[in-house]
Ligand binder design. Structure first.
Ligand code: HBI
Ligand code: FE
Length: 296
């Protein structure tokens, strides 16, 4: 029985961190200042997760992980990561103090810079955090940034983000990011697998997303996803499943204007909804969330 809730990596309620020194909100990683205790937290999380993920994470995630200069022994150095990542897909990792304003976040992504929290959660909160830390950002996101499809998709999201904001459609676009980059599953020859960073960096949700009877698993459909609310306070009630990571290519090249137009009318959906029009791959029992009512 799971007792911890560990998917608050993007507890957006926390809001952006304090005012920046640089306009782009980047800071030095401050690698030399990490304490032994902080490296030890990384080691605990890293070992736990690398033992768990084979058979749960998709091949692209595992491949990316294996090619990166990352190990249990120490919190990775962003410059070393960036060197490997840049050669593979042209991306870099830059340090930020926590959540940054949307337009700052989008500008980094549009320029193939992935902003990563430079701090690490405390040993007393291994499964719970409000803001994305170095374990979520680096362990969760950077392996998939080694994949050319994800590399292009996240850049496209950055470019699209500013436009969505100006059109008042950021809520809808952010759902695409949430249900792919953060909480996406993909069909692989040998079964359903994780590619989303919010899942891959979470011990309990890694198993829940693939193995639990509770959540719905529904074939990814862009407009359906853009109409679907998500929860930030618990495991997802629904995971949307790509047929193939190649689908990210089409998604990166999608013209969103017609979608925004259609979204001006029509329904929106609760996280737990399953529709007659859905291609449902697993109809969830909902047991997890029934046992944990939403906070009022
Ligand atoms: N800042 N550091 C950081 N990491 C994020 O994932 C992030 C952010 N700011 C805004 C944001 N995400 C989301 O609200 C946008 O994707 C909409
Ligand atoms: Fe994230």
């Amino acid at each position: 029985m799971e007792t911890s809730i560990d998917n608050r990596k993007h507890g957006l309620a926390a809001g952006p961190a304090a005012a920046p020194l640089r306009a782009d909100w980047t800071v030095d990683q401050g690698w030399a200042a990490y304490t032994l205790a902080q490296h030890a937290v990384w080691k605990t999380l890293y070992e736990r997760q690398t033992r768990l993920l084979p058979g749960l994470a998709c091949d692209a995630f595992v491949d990316g992980m294996n090619k990166l200069p990352m190990s249990a022994e120490r919190i990775p150095n962003f410059e070393e990561l960036s060197e490997t990542l840049h050669k593979a897909t042209g991306w870099q990792v830059v340090a930020v103090p926590g959540l940054v304003p949307d337009e700052v976040f989008f500008d980094h992504l549009a320029n193939r810079r992935f902003p990563s929290g430079n701090f690490i959660r405390g040993a007393h909160e291994l499964d719970y955090l409000e803001e994305p830390d170095v374990f979520h950002d680096v362990f969760g996101h950077v392996p998939m940034l080694m994949n050319p499809l994800m590399a292009d998709f996240i850049q496209a999201y950055g470019k699209g983000g500013l436009r969505a904001q100006s059109l008042g459609k950021l809520t809808e676009l952010a759902r695409v990011y949430w249900y792919t980059v953060e909480f996406g599953l993909v069909q692989q020859q040998d079964g359903m697998r994780i590619y989303g960073a919010g899942i891959a960096s979470s011990f309990s949700e890694s198993r829940f997303s693939i193995q639990s009877d509770s959540p719905n698993r529904i074939a990814f459909d862009l407009e359906r996803v853009m109409r679907t609310h998500y929860r930030i306070d618990d495991f997802q009630e629904v995971y949307f499943v790509l047929d193939d990571l190649q689908d990210l290519l089409a998604l990166a090249n999608t013209e969103f204007a017609p979608y925004y137009e259609r979204l001006n009318s029509g329904p929106s959906y609760k996280p737990g909804d399953a529709l007659a029009t859905d291609k449902v791959m697993h109809r969830g029992t909902g047991s997890h969330h029934l046992a944990r009512p939403r906070k009022p």
